[in-house]
Design a protein around this ligand. Structure first.
Ligand code: ZN
Length: 463
């Protein structure tokens, strides 16, 4: 299957180090390794269900011991982006736990700065876009998590740090123990994701949802325990599953990683959860430690779980919408995914004057139709720029979220002037039935506005 551009939301810096780099760093630092060539090391590093959890974590311990200096962190961050870009990834959020890289004397912010330098070099060299998430660890006291968040808040001023995560062993360490730290993160404007429902049951997702209020959930596959399944289909949801689905909280699913801890991909509930309306995205988690790549995760989903090419496109569309970068970048990313997968966006938007829309009957035709001969529609990111031109001075707008599949044949994608982009024009009145959501929009006096969260969610809900 020919894949389009990939969006990776869940990739651990220390889980993706090249085996050849592990050997090289070990040699430089005089650290002994269990084997002495890259192929054998790659095999040793790969976690399998046969390993105990402590044995599995010992792989991270070896890599972690080598990543205590700024040069090493910078190098592996750059190499991670080179590897991801070569695999077809156009946007990646990498994550790491800065406080685990301070043994050699680096400060948490020194560790973050080193990784950021590597990411900048990787972006410059490959064209991939990257952002950084900082992980707190479940088995640490909340005071340590607060220290991590404070470091992340300082680093976020420089640009690449956009969020925080909670990682590590779930059983015995519920997310609610760290609620105070995540309150701090939210107040500072950082986004939040939490590993939950990976190594332990749906009650860990409930704890995360109730205490950390995450924007996304890492893994979450154990939500299936909170669902009623009949003949391979989810027929009812428990309260936690319902809160995640109806709260539109995207799931960063990592098939190979879950398989490494004992859940075979062929019986993974990703497809069932997707069919039940959960926002399923696909990521590699730990590329070296579980021997996978972003593209391999997509191929596994296709071959073992029956994902079609359109399903995979939607996974990346959802991931783009759920990215923690800013509005402009996120919207451009969504557009790049649509274009690269040659996929019709599942939602388009038309900005209407509230009064005219309210008083319309079964069909709606804006005043511009008489002049232009068509209705202006937009993809999510296209909304931001023309609105400045067309809607200056108009405050009381409503964003009509349109399902293009419910529009008639009058929908034509036309080339813009002085741009390579194509714009959806509709040569008919919009049927009320094609409008699946209306979101109030109040632009500033110059016509500019940020995308309302509700609008982003409404556009994502069709995927
Ligand atoms: Zn993870």
């Amino acid at each position: 299957m020919n894949l389009g551009p990939l969006v990776v939301l869940h990739d651990h810096l220390d889980g993706g180090v090249r085996p050849s780099t592990v050997l090289d760093l070990a040699e430089r630092l005089g650290v002994s390794t269990p084997v002495d060539n890259a192929a054998a090391l790659a095999e040793w590093m790969t976690i399998t269900p046969a390993l105990s959890l402590p044995d599995a974590f010992s792989r991270f311990d070896l890599v972690g011991s080598l990543l205590q200096g700024a040069d090493a962190l910078e190098r592996v961050a750059q190499e991670a982006l080179e590897d991801l870009a070569a695999d077809g990834v156009i946007y990646a959020e990498l994550r790491f736990a800065p406080l685990l890289h301070t043994v050699g004397g680096l400060s948490p912010n020194g560790a973050i700065a080193a990784v950021q330098r590597g990411l900048v070099a990787g972006m410059d060299g490959t064209g991939i876009q990257a952002r950084l998430l900082c992980c707190a660890m479940r088995d640490q006291p909340v005071e340590v998590s607060e220290e991590l968040v404070r470091a992340a808040v300082v680093a976020a001023r420089d640009g690449l740090v956009v969020g925080v995560d909670l990682a590590g062993i779930e059983p015995g360490f519920p997310a609610e123990l760290h609620a105070r730290a995540f309150d701090l993160a939210r107040q500072a404007g950082l986004k939040i994701t939490v590993h939950a429902g990976e190594m332990d049951g749906a009650h860990q997702v409930a704890s995360a949802m109730g205490s950390c209020h995450p924007d996304r959930i890492g893994h979450g596959w154990r939500l299936i325990d909170d669902c009623v399944v009949d003949d391979g289909h989810i027929t009812a949801l428990g309260s936690t599953a319902l809160a995640v689905r109806d709260g539109r909280v995207p799931l960063e699913m990592c098939l190979t990683s879950n398989a490494a801890l004992g859940k075979p991909i062929a019986s993974h509930p990703a497809a069932m959860l997707r069919d039940a309306g959960f926002l399923v995205t696909l990521s590699p988690d730990d590329r070296s430690i579980t021997t996978t790549t972003a593209s391999a995760e997509h191929r596994h989903a296709a071959e073992l779980l029956g994902f079609s090419r359109a399903d995979l496109a939607h996974c990346n569309e959802r991931a783009a919408v759920a990215a923690f970068c800013d509005d402009q970048q996120r919207a451009a990313l969504v557009e790049a995914v649509h274009a690269g997968w040659a996929q019709m966006p599942s939602r388009l938007v038309h900005l209407a004057e509230r009064e005219r829309w309210r008083s319309a009957g079964d069909t709606y035709l804006p005043a511009e139709f008489a002049k232009d001969g068509f209705v202006h529609l937009s993809g999510l990111h296209q909304l931001l720029t023309p609105a400045n031109r067309f809607y200056r001075g108009r405050h009381d707008l409503v964003a009509l979220v349109v399902d293009p599949n419910l529009l008639g044949p009058g929908l034509v994608w036309e080339a813009g002037t002085e741009t390579l982009e194509r714009f959806p024009h509709y040569y008919a009145a919009i049927e009320r039935a094609a409008v699946v959501d209306e979101i109030a929009l109040h632009p500033a006096s110059d016509g500019s506005f940020l995308l309302p969260q509700a609008l982003v969610a409404a556009c994502a809900s069709g995927t």
